[in-house]
Design a protein around this ligand. Structure first.
Ligand SMILES: [Zn+2]
Length: 146
């Protein structure tokens, strides 16, 4: 029998490939941990990082003697930015990615201005949109919200 807390501790060392400061736990990708199974929900279906994340989790489990823990992927309910932990949101903010919320506007992570606009649906990766601050004119990435 594995200790779910030990499994969770391993998962907290697996960082999101796109945001190397936020773990898959803080990002809300990990939905449930039991003694023999980890249930994950990808951030966005079709996101190319999804397969990479699953492989990273597999490798982390295997290298910590947890090779008998299965990984199950569930698509419903779909991942939402609400699942990002407070610690995850702070890390995103510090990393220069606007913490996602359900508001239509984003706050500039550099100067804090709310006078921002979406420039492109496609940012540095398919899972992020490119925004720009009208005050300091800095571009920044933002998670796409559903
Ligand atoms: Zn700004």
């Amino acid at each position: 029998m594995n200790d779910p807390a030990a499994i969770r501790a391993v998962l907290e060392t697996v960082m999101d490939p796109e945001i190397p400061v936020v773990s898959v736990v803080d990002l809300g990708i990990v939905r449930e941990v039991t003694a023999n199974k980890v249930t994950i929900t990808p951030t966005y279906s079709g996101c190319p990082a999804t397969a990479f994340i699953e492989r990273s989790i597999r490798e982390a489990l295997d290298s910590n003697g947890l090779g008998d823990v299965a990984i199950a992927t569930v698509l419903a309910p779909p991942w939402t930015t609400d699942w990002i932990s407070e610690r995850g949101k702070k890390a995103l903010d510090a990393y220069g990615i606007a913490p996602p919320d359900l508001a239509k506007t984003a706050t500039c992570p550099r100067c804090g201005s709310a006078d921002t606009e979406e420039v492109s649906r496609f940012g540095s990766t398919p899972c992020k949109a490119q925004w720009r601050c009208r005050d300091c004119m800095e571009p920044f990435d933002r998670f796409k919200c559903h």
